[in-house]
Structures are given as structure tokens and as C-alpha cells.
Design a protein around this ligand. Structure first.
Ligand SMILES: Nc1ncnc2c1ncn2[C@@H]1O[C@H](COP(=O)(O)OP(=O)(O)OP(=O)(O)O)[C@@H](O)[C@H]1O
Ligand SMILES: [Mg+2]
Length: 657
């Protein structure tokens, strides 16, 4: 849409929109600032008229009738009548008020001055931030973008991602930078026990959003946890869900998949992944429909415009065609609606189409560089010892917090401060951070009185895991080996990747299964029996093996069980689908047995390592980091004596101290 004479302000704005990292447009230079100034002046004129008209009338009366009659005389009313009118008036107000309140929007409006977060305070998610700055600039220069280029500004952004990845934080920073009101609402608060009240509340919210936008030149709405009211209506998801194959979609290979949560971070007790269980309320369909309608009604007429239009229509009925009056023009409201959710897949697909939530931004867990930036950001505001200013220490902390969300990193440092306080210090040290991480990842230790036999059994079991991890997975870091009860586990080995990884090879996955089998094998080798202890290990190993067989084509079959759709098997997860199939189950069983045999043979050949670790555990109860590898290295370096008279020791490779 070419223009004859380029407007320098518009050109400046468009230049800004074109630049990626150019920051947010200044409010006074943007369309939002211009609209706000215009409505401020109009408000001022209205107020002046309101004040000056009665003053002028009073003055006129004074001039014409004298000062005594400048004000109209109050009518004489019977007080009894007034009491009755007030009483019934109050009753009526109560009844009407209840009706009105049940449909009131539950939002809270924040003015930019009330928000204390700026875009500079959002760190470690640069990709999303760039995109958000672009959307914000489009919002600020919406009129120039439409007039000069014919584009339609973005109206909706969907923030999806795991809890604590900064969705709300970024939205608040956006409202601060944009300098417009921020209407925060939590989607569950729309729900009401009264029939129809939920839809009414949604209508009121959008009305408030439009009103604020008209007054201030623009407004940002933020709907927290939108999935509470916008889950798929029956029958829509399967037909239109993004990701399902349809003839019109471009065919292509998927990129490499990232690690499934099942074995992304083995040490990580808490799964930061998305929540999968869905809750659908009875009236979901109606509520979603209301949301769909409202998201297309940002340009609705105001009450005055509707009244004006009605009057014009009445007048036009009396006027000939050539004298017809024009209805008031529709005033677009500059609204940006942001919705956040942990499970975008459960949303109704109609909400995700362009024109509603045009842009879907995924908040991933931060990568190592992001975590380093977050560590710097959070440490800047928390008292810490000089050793934590060391770049290498901070890098190490960024490496150790793999799989952490920003809020979890912040919480870790807060816990370190608590640990420092408990020590009697006012600043955290590296060891406080390590202590906090131990508690964060494996929980606090609970003293339990084991019997001597159980204590030895648990120590042997955990030593079996650790020995196998050391032997088969050099790429893994052994973090904690303990026989103190933590988070419901009688003992545990915590191990993690040395480097941040996004894929795993078959050998690495096999090693993970072997490590999981290590406990049971050690029990068999040293006690000739197995206990109930390895139940959790078998669960983990089965999950891992089922993924290898049914999703990654790593065990003879190339069939992906994830491809199954619209069948009874869809009601279960991947493991369920693989195990429900006889051939899948046989493959998983064979894989587990084979890995167990390898694990057992390895442990059998390295009994001395298991024994060394077991003894160290019985003595110290908990070994951390290098303490584990020290024991193993010392035991490995010790000369081994084979007692040929001992039937067990006489086997080739079986060591006896
Ligand atoms: N990128 C970030 N930079 C700095 N601080 C962050 C960042 N992300 C999160 N935080 C911190 O974590 C806190 C929680 O983040 P936030 O509430 O935005 O998470 P969320 O993604 O909205 O989570 P939920 O899905 O549970 O609502 C913030 O108040 C902030 O202190
Ligand atoms: Mg949030």
C-alpha cells in the first residue's frame, strides 16, 4: 500500500519495527502515546464542559434574577416518604447489585508505575524476549503498521511452558515497558457457581480491556492458566489439533527429538515437565465459545456509539435516501491479550488460529548460558561470599543446575541463604549452595534405625548402582551416594550428566538400564537373594527399555508406538502401548534381561569395588561427589589377590581382598 508523501514519524517507527534487537519503542513516539494524548485532551474538554456549563448557567441566573435566585430552590419533601423511598431503594439496589456483582470481571488493574519489573530483569530467555519485543513494538505502532503496510497487528500471544519459566514475569515486564495498564486475571477466577455467570464475567473482562485501551491508547490483558477455561470442546481436538497429519499439511521429516523427560535428568526428583491430566468443567463449550467471540470483538462499539447509532437509524427512517446520516465509525481498541498455560496442547484449537492467539511462544527450561545469566542476575541481589564472584564457580553452578527453571534457581539460592543463616553467617558460600542443592534434589535426610542386616543390604545395593555407573557411564557425574533415608528412598545414588546433552545414544541408554539393575545384581551376588528394594529401579529400567523399543527403534523393531491414533491403546502412555503388545513386551523383557546379565557380569568381576563402597557407606553413611570416586579409584588401584581355594574367588576375574 504505497503512500505519496512519506511521514517521517511513521518511517522512524517502521525502521524500529524492522530492527530485531532495537529495544522497545518510546511511548511518546508511538501510536499508543499519540492516542493517549488525544483521549487526554478530549477528557479535559469534557470535564471543562461539565464544570463550566452549570457555573455559566448560575452566573446567567444571577445576572437576570439577582443573587438570591442563583441556585434552584430545593423541593419540600415529607421525611416519612423519603424513609420509605430510601428503604425500597436500598432493597432494589441490593437485588440488582447482587446480579451485577455475580457478573463482574475478576481482574486486577496494574498501572505501569505499580509494576517493578523491567525487560532488563528478564534474563536467560533471549529468544523469547526478542520475539516479545517485536510484538510489543507492533502493539505500540499498530496504526502505522496497518496504515503504511496494510498489516494486521498481533492481538493475542500465547505463552506456554513449564511452571516457573517466567511467563507471568515477562508479561509484567511488557506492561511496564509499554507504559499501558495491565489487566491481570487468573482464568480459574472466571468460574462461577451461577449458570451463565462465567460467560458474563468474560464479557465484562473484555469490556474493561477495551475501555482501558480506549482511555490510555492501549492496554495489555494477561490471562493466567487459561487452560482452566479453554480446554478443547468435545469433537474439535481430534479433528483440528495442531500436529495431526492432514492432506493439506506440508509433508516433511521431523527434526531430532529432544530427550524425553523419563531420562532427561535422572537425578532430578521433581519433573519440571508439563502437567498432563486434564480437567474439563461441565460448561466448557459455552465458556470457550464466549472466549472465541470476545477475542474477535476488540473493535466493538461503546455504549454512547451504540446510542448514537440508534438515534441515527431512527432519524434515517424519516429521511430520504440522499439525505441519510452516517452512523458513528467503529473505533478500534488497541488491545494485546496474553494468555499463559502449562499445557497448550489441551487448549481448544480454534483459539490458536491466527487472529486470536496469533503467536505461540514456548518458554523452555534455560540452556547453560541462560542459567549462567540467571545465576549472575539472582546473585546480584543476594548477599554472597567473594568466592561466588569467581566466574568458574558461577559456570560450575550453571552446569550443576541443568534442568532447573529460573524460579528453581532463585529458590536454590534462597535456600543457600537459609543454610548460611543456620550456620550463623549473613552471606552464602559455595558449600551453602551445595548443601541447598542436595536438599533440593534428594530431599532432607530422615534418620531411620535399620537392622544391621538391612543396613548392609542397602549399602550393598547402592554400592552396586554406583560401581556400575562408574564402570559403564564415564560421561556421568556421581553426585550423592547415601544410605540415609531421603524423600522416601531408603538409600540412593544421584548421578547426572557432566555436560548438558540433548540426545542419548543406544549405548548410553543401555548403561542407564544397567545402572538401574546394579542394585538387584549386587543383592544377588552378595546375599544370594533379592529384596523388595529394587522395585523403583525396575520401574525406571522398564520405562527406559520401553522407550528404546517403542519410540527410538533401538531394539530390532523400527515401529513407533507413538504413531498409534484413535485406538483403545491411545488411552495409555507409550509404556502401556508397548507392553500391551506381546511382541513389544517380549522385546522389552529380552532387553532388560540382557542388560541385567551384562550388569551382573561386570559387578561379579569387580566385587572389590562394590565391597569398598559398601564399607565406606557403612562407615560414613553418605558420600558426596569426589568422595565416591576417591573410594572407587583407591579400590581399583589396590593390588588384587585371587584365592584359588575359594569356590567364588576361584572363578576367573573374581577378586578377593
Ligand atoms: N527469565 C527470568 N528472569 C528472571 N527471573 C525470572 C525469570 N523467569 C522466572 N523468574 C523468577 O521466577 C518467578 C516465577 O516466575 P513466573 O511466575 O513468571 O513463572 P510462570 O512461568 O508464570 O509459572 P506458572 O506457569 O506456574 O504460572 C518470577 O517471579 C521471577 O522472580
Ligand atoms: Mg504464571
Amino acid at each position: 500500500m504505497p503512500v505519496a508523501t512519506p511521514d517521517p514519524t511513521a518511517e522512524r517507527m517502521l525502521d524500529h519495527l524492522a530492527g530485531a534487537g532495537g529495544g522497545v519503542l518510546a511511548l511518546r513516539d508511538a501510536d499508543v502515546g499519540t492516542s493517549r494524548e488525544r483521549s487526554r485532551r478530549a477528557r479535559f474538554v469534557r470535564l471543562a464542559a461539565l464544570v463550566w456549563v452549570p457555573v455559566g448557567l448560575g452566573w446567567l441566573r444571577t445576572l437576570t434574577m439577582g443573587p438570591a435566585s442563583a441556585f434552584l430552590p430545593l423541593p419540600q419533601v415529607d421525611p416519612f416518604l423519603v424513609t420509605i423511598i430510601v428503604f425500597f431503594g436500598l432493597l432494589l439496589a441490593l437485588a440488582v447489585g447482587q446480579q451485577l456483582l455475580s457478573g463482574r470481571s475478576p481482574h486486577v488493574t496494574y498501572r505501569p508505575e505499580q509494576i517493578d519489573v523491567r525487560l532488563a530483569d528478564v534474563v536467560g530467555i533471549d529468544g523469547v524476549k526478542d520475539d516479545v519485543v517485536r510484538s510489543l513494538n507492533l502493539f505500540l505502532a499498530h496504526r502505522t503498521f496497518s496504515r503504511e503496510m496494510g498489516g494486521t497487528p498481533r492481538r493475542g500471544l500465547l505463552f506456554e511452558g513449564a511452571p516457573g519459566t517466567g511467563k507471568t514475569h515477562l508479561a509484567r515486564a511488557m506492561a511496564k515497558e509499554a507504559g499501558v495498564p495491565f489487566l491481570f486475571v487468573s482464568a480459574p477466577s472466571f468460574q462461577s457457581m451461577w449458570y451463565g455467570a462465567t460467560a458474563k464475567k468474560i464479557r465484562s473482562y473484555f469490556k474493561a480491556l477495551r475501555k482501558a485501551a480506549r482511555k490510555e491508547g492501549g492496554a495489555i490483558g494477561f490471562m493466567e492458566e487459561i487452560d482452566a477455561i479453554a480446554t478443547s470442546r468435545g469433537g474439535v481436538a481430534s479433528a483440528m489439533a495442531p500436529g495431526t497429519m492432514s492432506p493439506s499439511r506440508v509433508a516433511g521429516c521431523h527434526g531430532m527429538s529432544s530427550l524425553p523427560a523419563a531420562y532427561a535428568a535422572v537425578t532430578n526428583g521433581v519433573d519440571a515437565g508439563t502437567v498432563r491430566t486434564a480437567f474439563t468443567s461441565e460448561g466448557t463449550g459455552g465458556v470457550v465459545n464466549e472466549l472465541l467471540v470476545q477475542m474477535q470483538s476488540f473493535d466493538a462499539l461503546t455504549g454512547w456509539q451504540r446510542l448514537g447509532g440508534w438515534l441515527v437509524d431512527r432519524a434515517n427512517l424519516l429521511l430520504p435516501p440522499e439525505r441519510q446520516l452516517r452512523r458513528p465509525a467503529l473505533l478500534p481498541s488497541n488491545v494485546l491479550l496474553i494468555a499463559a498455560t502449562n499445557r497448550a496442547d489441551s487448549l481448544d484449537p480454534a483459539l490458536l488460529r491466527p487472529g486470536r492467539f496469533d503467536r505461540r511462544l514456548t518458554f523452555e527450561l534455560p540452556a547453560k548460558s541462560g542459567r549462567r545469566a540467571l545465576v549472575d542476575h539472582f546473585l546480584a541481589g543476594k548477599s554472597h561470599a567473594a568466592e561466588l564472584d569467581d566466574g568458574e564457580r558461577r559456570d560450575a553452578l550453571a552446569a550443576l543446575t541443568q534442568g532447573y527453571s529460573p524460579v528453581r534457581i532463585e529458590h536454590l539460592l534462597d535456600e543457600a541463604l537459609v543454610a548460611a543463616l543456620r550456620r550463623g553467617s549473613r552471606e552464602m558460600t559455595w558449600s551453602d549452595v551445595e548443601q541447598a542443592r542436595l536438599v533440593e534434589e534428594v530431599g532432607t535426610g530422615a534418620p531411620v534405625e535399620y537392622t544391621a542386616h538391612e543396613r548392609c543390604l542397602i549399602a550393598t545395593h547402592e554400592a552396586g548402582h554406583a560401581t556400575l555407573a562408574w564402570l559403564t557411564a564415564p560421561q556421568r557425574r556421581l553426585e550423592v551416594l547415601t544410605i540415609i533415608r531421603r524423600r522416601g528412598a531408603l538409600g540412593l545414588l544421584a548421578h547426572g550428566d557432566r555436560e548438558e546433552v540433548f540426545t542419548r545414544s543406544r549405548i548410553e541408554l543401555q548403561a542407564l538400564v544397567q545402572i538401574a539393575m546394579g542394585g538387584q545384581c549386587a543383592e544377588e551376588l552378595f546375599f544370594g537373594d533379592v529384596s523388595t528394594g529394587p522395585g523403583g529401579d525396575l520401574l525406571y529400567a522398564t520405562n527406559c527399555a520401553a522407550e528404546m523399543v517403542g519410540a527410538h527403534g533401538m531394539d530390532g523393531s523400527l515401529v513407533s508406538y507413538l504413531a498409534v491414533q484413535n485406538s483403545a491403546a491411545c488411552d495409555t502412555n507409550l509404556v502401556g502401548r508397548v507392553l500391551a503388545d506381546d511382541r513389544g513386551r517380549d522385546r522389552v523383557e529380552a532387553l532388560l534381561q540382557a542388560q541385567k546379565a551384562t550388569a551382573r557380569a561386570l559387578l561379579d568381576a569387580n566385587r572389590h569395588l562394590v565391597e569398598a563402597l559398601r564399607d565406606a557407606l557403612l562407615e560414613r553413611e553418605e558420600l558426596i561427589g569426589a568422595e565416591i570416586t576417591d573410594v572407587l579409584e583407591r579400590a581399583a588401584a589396590r593390588p588384587r589377590v585371587v584365592d584359588l581355594r575359594d569356590p567364588a574367588g576361584g572363578r576367573l576375574g573374581a577378586p578377593v581382598d
